[in-house]
Design a protein around this ligand. Structure first.
Ligand code: GLA
Length: 383
């Protein structure tokens, strides 16, 4: 009898617990801040970890606004880190090919580091052969951003701001930049870019995360199946500057209108693939008219992970890690070999300041540069 009594009490307790309002652990967005060290100049750098309670977690540092890690579940629900990077600030300070970084003022290349605006010629750093790349010597990837937690109960949101002074890296105008990273309950990493200026200038901001949906350091990315919503791409010259042609992808190894692995055609005897040492080309997205539009989808068959890219930008640079060569050791001692990561950098066309036929990248005082890109994560059952 006594035992039965205890059992009953136990049962009612269990019922009480299960009837109690469910703690929303599965949905609670959180943000954690910790120190990530100091720059060589002694500036404090922080690391913010955003989690959505659904197994997705992203860590972002105020140094370069870099996405240091991004953990998403595979088809079995197991989370792995799917971006390349370093365990500590030191790795980033030593120099790297823009792992996870915010890129500005101008993502991609400007021919010979020169452009003319309102009759004035501006000279930028030449840091990539004879061209300017990704904002120059000290681009937005190498500055310390101010951070503010702007989370809501639904989503963890980190706002990063930076004032790029008139003349910085040769660009005109004081450019005030705000980038907001939001991790949504729908397993999306949303990046909102905003900029204003006090003088006519050019702007083209992006993020340079290297993804490997099988997990960072887990081999090359050649088996990833890619779809890109683009009928045309921009062929490049030997210095990777667009020639001006907008070439139809049909019948070329650049056609990703139907899912194709990155590796299926990358070795083909194609002049453009040779110039890029693989894919390192800008795709003109279909129907991109400022609205958030599906740009690409990537599926990694072993893990089942899927990444969808949506953007308001008119173009997307597909870069397949062709300059990775095993000289960098990243997180957890993983060595980043040739093509161990790929980038999908949403942006305006490269070299637009020198190519009047390309959509304009000019920002004027009183106007707002405003773009959004979403990386959405899920997993697919085995086929
Ligand atoms: C960009 C460029 C590539 C390369 C990488 C960084 O994506 O298009 O050519 O410079 O950055 O290594």
């Amino acid at each position: 009898m006594r035992f039965r009594g205890f059992a009953l009490i136990g049962l009612s307790l269990a019922m009480l617990v299960s009837c109690a309002p469910k703690k929303e652990t599965g949905r609670t967005a959180t943000m954690k801040k910790q120190s990530f060290g100091k720059t060589a100049a002694g500036v404090d750098v922080d690391l913010y970890t955003l989690a959505n309670g659904n197994g997705v977690e992203v860590a972002i540092t105020t140094y370069g606004g870099i996405v240091v890690s991004l953990k998403t579940p595979d088809r079995a629900g197991l989370s792995s880190d799917i971006v390349l990077g370093f365990d500590s600030l030191d790795g980033y300070l030593k120099g790297h090919p823009y792992f996870g970084a915010l890129i500005g003022r101008y993502g991609n290349r400007i021919a010979k580091g020169r452009f003319t605006l309102n009759g004035v010629e501006y000279k930028l750093a030449v840091n990539n052969g004879e061209n300017h790349l990704h904002g120059g010597i000290q681009g937005f990837d190498k500055v310390v951003w101010k951070a503010r937690d702007v989370s809501t109960p639904e989503a963890a949101s980190l706002e990063l701001t930076y004032l790029s002074k008139d003349g910085e890296e040769g660009y005109p105008g004081n450019l005030s930049v705000t980038v907001t990273y939001t991790l949504t309950a729908k397993n999306e990493l949303k990046i909102d870019y905003l900029a204003t200026t006090d003088k006519d200038t050019v702007v083209n901001l992006t993020n340079h995360s290297y993804f490997n949906l099988a997990g960072q350091g887990q081999g090359d990315i050649l088996g990833h199946e890619v779809t890109i919503n683009a009928g045309r791409f921009l062929p490049v010259d030997a210095g990777l500057i667009p020639t001006g042609e907008r070439k139809a992808v049909g019948g070329t190894p650049f056609d990703f209108n139907r899912p194709m692995t990155i590796g299926a055609r990358i070795q083909q005897d194609d002049e453009q693939l040779k110039r890029g040492k693989g894919y390192d080309h800008c795709y003109i997205l279909n129907g991109s008219g400022g609205a958030l539009t599906p740009a690409a989808r990537v599926h990694e068959p072993k893990s089942g992970r899927v990444m969808e890219v949506l953007t308001t930008e008119p173009a997307l640079q597909l870069y397949t890690g062709n300059f990775l060569d095993g000289t960098l050791t990243g997180k957890g001692g993983k060595v980043y070999q040739f093509r161990y990561g790929f980038c999908m950098e949403t942006q305006h066309y490269p070299d637009s300041p020198n190519q009047p036929d390309f959509p304009s990248v000019v920002l004027k005082p009183g106007a707002k540069y405003q773009t959004t890109t979403v990386y959405r994560f899920s997993a697919e059952a085995a086929r």
